[in-house]
Design a protein around this ligand. Structure first.
Ligand SMILES: [Zn+2]
Ligand SMILES: [Zn+2]
Length: 314
């Protein structure tokens, strides 16, 4: 079964603590032939013919390309440049438009309306028409500030619904927003948990997320760095530390300890504060806990706001 991409409201971006590397860009080549696809029997012979090799032949001839990009090819035509005509130009233009419009995204899931989760929404939706899945209170809060009309699909908190090939379970989380939620995405291959922006893990949260094989989990701050931070007023620190605020690194470790199972394979630590946390601190706090309880089968990655994590295929 084909699993299409879901763009999550939380950033699924990660980088290993030791070596920063970006995910490979996806590049699509629309090919029409020409000299680059031409062939002749030998360098000394005559009979050169353009538009002979397919785009797949050309991509396959340079295997090193796979190391720097995820390439795909589409053969729009295979002709010599002298044979280019209006019909092929039009076909090419249509295929370019179609490729740009298809972001490969079936929907955007919104956990809650805080600006760090929705500020890019209008910019994305101006370019590609993609449905936005959220509950009613979140939709009303977004609509009050969003400059464009979005294609909302409303779900009730606690409901299960389908987005493409993915079954989505939603559940309430304790956070200072209108109606914040977490998600468990159930696919044919694995369950993916999305759990950020919560002050503490309720029994409901733990129960719903326990089925995750892969988990994006908030590790917002290191307690000491937050306490020592001179830029944040005490009222903000109290909000972050409250039961409707954010999970610290140690609280994230507590969550993992409570839901650990043989099926949990990979945890992405996310929503790291830029001022009050560091990827290596989050990684260390959680890894130490996993080691203590003998859960060496779980791979931990700390995410970064600047560098995308490598794509993980399930
Ligand atoms: Zn929030
Ligand atoms: Zn947030």
């Amino acid at each position: 079964m084909r699993i299409r991409t879901l763009l999550l409201s939380a950033l699924l971006v990660a980088v290993p603590a030791a070596s920063a590397y970006a995910a490979k860009p996806a590049i699509k080549i629309l090919a029409t032939g020409g000299t680059i696809a031409g062939a002749q029997a030998s360098a000394q012979s005559y009979g050169y013919k353009s538009g002979t090799f397919s785009v797949d032949d050309l991509i396959g001839a340079v295997p090193q390309l796979k190391e720097i990009a995820t390439l795909s090819g589409e053969q729009v035509a295979n002709i010599g440049s002298q044979d280019m005509n209006d019909e092929i130009w039009l076909k090419l233009a249509k295929r370019v438009n179609a490729a740009l419009a298809d972001a490969g995204t079936d929907g955007i899931l919104i956990t809650h309306e805080h600006s760090d989760h929705i500020q890019g929404l209008a910019a994305i939706c101006v370019r590609v028409c993609v449905p936005i899945f959220c509950n009613r209170l979140t939709m009303e809060a977004i609509a009050a500030h969003c400059p464009i009309r979005l294609d909302y699909r409303i779900f009730s908190t606690g409901a299960t619904f389908e987005v493409g090939d993915i079954t989505v379970d939603s559940f309430s989380v304790p956070h200072d927003a209108y109606d914040p939620v977490g998600f468990l995405l159930r696919t044919a291959s694995a369950n993916i948990g999305v759990l950020t922006d919560l002050g503490h893990a309720t029994k409901l949260v733990l129960e719903r997320i326990r089925a995750a094989h892969i988990l994006l989990l908030e590790a917002n701050h290191d307690l000491k760095l937050l306490q020592d931070d001179t830029r944040r007023p005490w009222s903000i620190k109290q909000r972050i530390l409250s039961r409707h605020g954010h999970l610290s690194n140690d609280s994230a470790a507590d969550v993992i300890e409570q839901i650990i199972s043989a099926d949990l394979r990979r945890v992405y630590l996310g929503h790291l504060s830029q001022d009050c946390n560091r990827p290596e601190l989050a990684h260390r706090a959680v890894s130490a806990r996993l080691q203590k309880i003998g859960a060496n089968h779980v791979h931990i990655e700390s995410t970064s706001q600047e560098v995308r994590c490598a794509t993980f295929t399930i």
